[in-house]
Design a protein around this ligand. Structure first.
Ligand code: 6GU
Length: 242
């Protein structure tokens, strides 16, 4: 998969050299390039922002550096890439979004800062890209860079070969709409706290039933908003089995 990130703080993306994503890059599974938006300016101060028309607080990202950066990235693509613009005003990025994006061959991330990017850039980009504005949740970050770190990690780990044990992807929070069951390792007694006996029983059917019940109670307690969708998903399973 080809990934391009355009940012005024390329150093923010340095952690993508580490851990599983770094290994996937070295293994050639991910071709990730980070571009400095300021390389597409032409003035001495490498200016990327200006004051907003109509007044108001803060600065707006100028369209010109963005059009040149996007042209540069589009010219290096043999597909029609998805352009992701992270921002608190976007659609929610969730596990289904990550799965959808993991199936694409080329993703481009445009990291905005300040009050945002001149609105005309979205229309300009639509010529060469499928544009998606995506938000991590209902809170405000200073810019898209930290959001891109999270999105790239969520997407890249779904690319075949990035995670060694593919089974660990199946039994995960959010894959079937329920939160994950609690996990334990040795010792069986730690500071007087015992691992639930069922897990020591060796009875795999009983363990599976206990884990499923734990997932339901945990989801009901922490994320009751997830239950209707999870119920619909397991009802879908039932239909297929019938
Ligand atoms: Cl994706 N970007 C920014 N700047 N703030 C956010 C966000 C994204 N998601 C939540 N807050």
């Amino acid at each position: 998969m080809q990934l391009d990130v355009i940012s005024i703080f390329p150093d923010y993306l340095a952690p993508l050299d580490l851990s599983l994503i770094g290994k996937a890059r070295r293994d050639g599974l991910i071709d990730l390039r980070v571009h400095d938006l300021r390389d597409f300016t032409h003035d001495r101060h490498r200016t990327v922002d200006d004051t907003p028309y109509g007044g108001g607080a803060g600065m707006v990202m100028k369209p010109q550096p963005w059009s040149e950066a996007l042209d540069h990235v589009a010219a290096q693509s043999d597909s029609r890439p998805v352009l992701i613009v992270p921002g608190p005003g976007g659609q929610r990025f969730d596990q289904a979004t990550a799965r959808d994006l993991a199936a694409q061959s080329h993703l481009v991330f445009a990291c905005g800062r300040y009050e945002g990017i001149d609105e005309r850039v979205y229309d300009y980009a639509a010529r060469d890209f499928d544009v998606r504005i995506l938000s991590l949740g209902d809170y405000v970050l200073n810019g898209g860079d930290v959001a891109v770190l999270a999105m790239v990690e969520a997407i890249a780990r779904l690319i075949p070969g990035v995670i060694g044990n593919a089974d660990s992807l199946v039994e995960e929070s959010h894959e079937d709409g329920l939160l994950e069951y609690p996990v334990y390792t040795k010792p069986a007694d730690w500071h007087g706290r015992r691992v639930p006996e069922v897990l020591l029983s060796g009875d795999h059917a009983k363990i599976a039933a206990w884990r499923h019940a734990q997932r339901l109670t945990r989801t009901a307690a922490r994320r009751p908003d997830l239950l209707p969708a999870a119920a619909a998903m397991s009802a879908g399973d039932l239909e297929i089995r019938l």
